[in-house]
Design a protein. Structure first.
Length: 218
């Protein structure tokens, strides 16, 4: 069986072979739109978010425009994404805060981003990495599960998993690697399609694993 560092090296190199180029799956034209799209993606697929956001961004592509839209209208538009009452309230309120407190610009720090309604550490990490190009490794439940399957962490939550992944991989690779994990997980190592013994990476990392692997829930 490969050691943890050997598994990390293999995964890093293999993902770069499979996904030499990565694009952000959430469609957007500016950082504010990316922020809203990431917020909407909570407990919702990117595909569904991308179906909803064109209508929303047509009328609310900036914080100033979004804050002028009635919350009820935002809720109606984003209803297919789920949790619409809370998400619409957060979108309206964070737009107002960005306008009044941050001069209509999405703030460029973890602390400021996480002070916004509905924006947790994972969402802030996505904005810092994919929006501003600052090194970050956003970890959601999907990446948390993959990291455990591949023996990269024994973290009990996404915070611990993020800490372990940052120790294993070069800082300059974090932004791209985060997306590579997501793309591979969706295509090859899904919750239903691989139990830790089926996909290429699982088999290479743990060739003698015979039983299904059950990840710790965050």
């Amino acid at each position: 069986m490969l050691k943890k560092e050997e598994r990390a090296d293999y995964i890093f190199n293999r993902l770069n072979e499979i996904y030499p180029e990565t694009t952000i799956p959430l469609e957007h034209k500016n950082i504010f739109e990316l922020l809203i799209a990431v917020l909407l993606s909570a407990q919702c697929t990117d595909e569904r978010v991308n179906r909803v956001t064109p209508e929303l961004f047509e009328v609310g592509s900036t914080p100033i425009k979004m804050m002028k839209i009635p919350t009820s209208k935002i809720e109606t538009i984003i209803k297919p994404c789920g949790l619409a009452p809370q998400k619409s309230s957060n979108i309206s309120n964070l737009s107002k805060i960005i306008v009044t407190k941050f001069n209509s610009e999405v703030p460029k720090s973890f602390e400021s981003l996480e002070s916004l309604p509905g924006v947790g550490h994972k969402t802030a990490s996505v904005i810092m990495s994919q929006g501003f190009g600052c090194p970050a490794f956003p970890v959601d439940t999907h990446i948390h599960r993959l990291s455990q399957r591949w023996g990269l962490t024994k973290g009990k939550n996404v915070k611990e998993t993020e800490r372990d992944l940052k120790k294993l991989f070069p800082k300059k690779s974090w932004n791209k690697l985060h997306l590579q994990f997501i793309y591979y997980g969706r295509s090859h190592c899904t919750a239903r399609g691989c139990d830790g013994t089926i996909c290429e990476i699982c088999r290479m990392c743990f060739p003698k694993r015979m039983k299904s692997f059950v990840a710790n829930k965050p």
